[in-house]
Design a protein around this ligand. Structure first.
Ligand code: SAM
Ligand code: ZN
Length: 269
């Protein structure tokens, strides 16, 4: 049985010759890149999600492997908490780096969605065997309890929807920046760099089973990579001009990267 449901009537969706259909004859064409738009309003989410330029910049940075330790730790964790053939979902998958990393290493049925069509288009172009769709986390077009393992990286959190789609014995992994994450970058940007507070999202209806800390040190020597990293961070939106100027002159950046993966299951009903 498939896990996708019709965003209009909630019936299961079946794929027939590149068209997803429900039994009430609602249909959703697969785009040429292989993804499907399941937003109920059926319009692009780019006005709210990330745009084309951000999508490409994120893809180019992640493809260089700077965050591979996190991708590997997420993959190891999915391996531990799911079995061959299980459905695994990347929530707010962006341009699909982490989806593809895991899909290329594990024998599961991978799905990924994001609100931004530009992101999903790039994800589908990775041809990693996952099924990609455009959707909003506020209303995920997936049947109740259909997902064995989900992961959610650096995106808005929606505990009620995550709980709804998780199987009784399912897990969801989310990641938050660790206290030293990108400290080297912040030392250039700010006179008094602060450590991250490791604040966890509100987990209503979910409870933590395990926390896994991932740490590494990276050195970027290409100014394009330094700039792409900066643009992926919240600091891009509130850094004083003198900090921006210091970064613009920087040809090499060494920084710790640090993440905490939080593994959750449903609380008892
Ligand atoms: C910082 S990116 C992270 C993407 C990916 N998880 C990664 O780590 O590379 C955040 C993503 O959340 C998506 N997003 C924001 N609001 C969303 C929503 N309401 N529903 C689905 N995706 C959303 C954005 O389009 C963007 O791709
Ligand atoms: Zn329908």
């Amino acid at each position: 049985m498939g896990i996708l449901k019709c965003p209009v009537c909630g019936q299961e969706l079946h794929l027939e010759q590149r068209v997803w259909r429900c039994e009430n004859r609602h249909s959703y064409d697969m785009a040429k890149e292989g993804y499907v738009n399941l937003l109920s309003a059926h319009r692009s989410g780019d006005a709210i999600g990330d745009n084309k330029e951000m999508a490409r910049s994120r893809r180019d940075f992640l493809n260089k492997g700077w965050y591979a330790p996190l991708a590997q730790a997420v993959t190891d964790c999915l391996y531990e908490y799911s079995a061959d053939g299980d459905s695994v979902l990347d929530i707010c998958c962006g341009e699909g780096y982490y989806t593809a990393y895991a899909a290329e290493r594990l024998d599961r049925r991978f799905y990924g969605f994001d609100l931004s069509k530009s992101m999903v288009r790039l994800a589908a172009k990775r041809r990693c065997g996952a099924e990609f769709f455009v959707a909003n986390i506020a209303s995920i077009p997936i049947r109740d309890k259909a997902v064995k393992a989900a992961f959610h990286l650096f995106a808005p959190f929606h505990a009620a929807e995550f709980r709804r789609i998780l199987a009784d014995d399912g897990v969801i992994l989310t990641a938050i920046p660790g206290k030293n994450h990108l400290l080297g970058l912040k030392e250039i940007l700010y006179d008094k760099p602060y450590l991250n507070d490791e604040k966890e999202p509100a987990l209503e209806g979910l409870e933590v089973i395990e926390r896994i800390r991932v740490q590494d040190e990276i050195t970027l020597t290409d100014h394009g990579d330094i700039d792409a990293l900066f643009r992926m961070t919240p600091y891009y939106y509130h850094t004083p001009t003198d900090g921006m100027n210091r970064l613009a002159e920087c040809d090499s950046l060494s920084t710790p990267i640090e993440f905490v993966i939080i593994v959750c299951k449903r609380t008892a009903e």
